[in-house]
Design a protein around this ligand. Sequence first.
Ligand code: FE2
Ligand code: FE2
Length: 341
Amino acid sequence: MAQYAKLAEMLEFPPDIAQPNVFPLGWQSHTAKMEEIWDAARREDWDPKKLPWATFKPETYSWEAREAIAYWWTILSVFDASAPPVFAAALIKTYEAHEEDPVRRCFFSVTRDEQNHEQTCGLAITRLLEHPDPLTYRPRTELGRKLQRNAKWLYYNGGRYWNGYKQAVPKYSLAVLFSSFLMGEIAAATIFHQMAAGCREPVFKEAFRNIGRDEGRHMAICLTLMERDYPKLHAEDAAVITKQIRAGYVFLSAVLSEPPADFWDLPKDFIAVQREAEAVARAAGFHIPDYEAKKQNWRNAMLNLKGVLDRYAIPFPAIPEIGISGQEVREVEMADIIPVF
Ligand SMILES: [Fe+2]
Ligand SMILES: [Fe+2]
């Protein structure tokens, strides 16, 4: 057995532990709003397995429609299946940073919620395709074959940002991380409310309603933290946030609008194939907003976000794609992307 000097034999009290240390031993609480959001998360808890799946009869749809609807859930999964580990990493950071107790719990609730969203994607896809993953599934139709190729490219691109994210988490303050989280949450809350309103199938309607409500809470968490921290934000953090918003726009456009060429490495016919699938899904009663409606949504979400950042005098990036002028952000580098959904 190794010999080592016991500090307790030499010192009355132990030395300080080097920071950041993984956990605080204390339950400080200064932000009352955060406690309210946590209570709401407990109240609004739901179980994806208990959605009315029994009312859903995939066999009443054509295989083309099933593959088209499963494709939409697959796009969503590219974002939602990465969200549990993304928020789990952020949760660890709240402990390392010795965040207030209700803030730690709120990040735990987001991790929990995102796993529900991911599970819901899986339940929908498995029923639609009679197979538990869209990448090894054997397509039944020509459209299905083209969609699977799209799905493979989406997955490849989605996977590319993980290393960037892991490097970004320790590098940036929580205040910077919140801005990119907020971006995803605003976007998500918008789309799910629309999907819930327009969708014919009861099980999807209820799923979208629940997911949309969760995303609204996530948005409130980010806004509350921004209110707390942004009045004392450092100038260099503000500059990172501006770049971050541009990067988030590019990344999240794949689910909220159409993937821009900036970051997304995709085959030439990708968008045409996706549009074809959306038309099939829409005709089958699965409401996906059309291109113009998506663009309008995305613009509104960005203007909301701009409203928040303006309050703290953080420059907004130019997003000419949706007619928003602002500060030019030239390079969108992988290392700058911390998007979540
Ligand atoms: Fe989500
Ligand atoms: Fe979320």
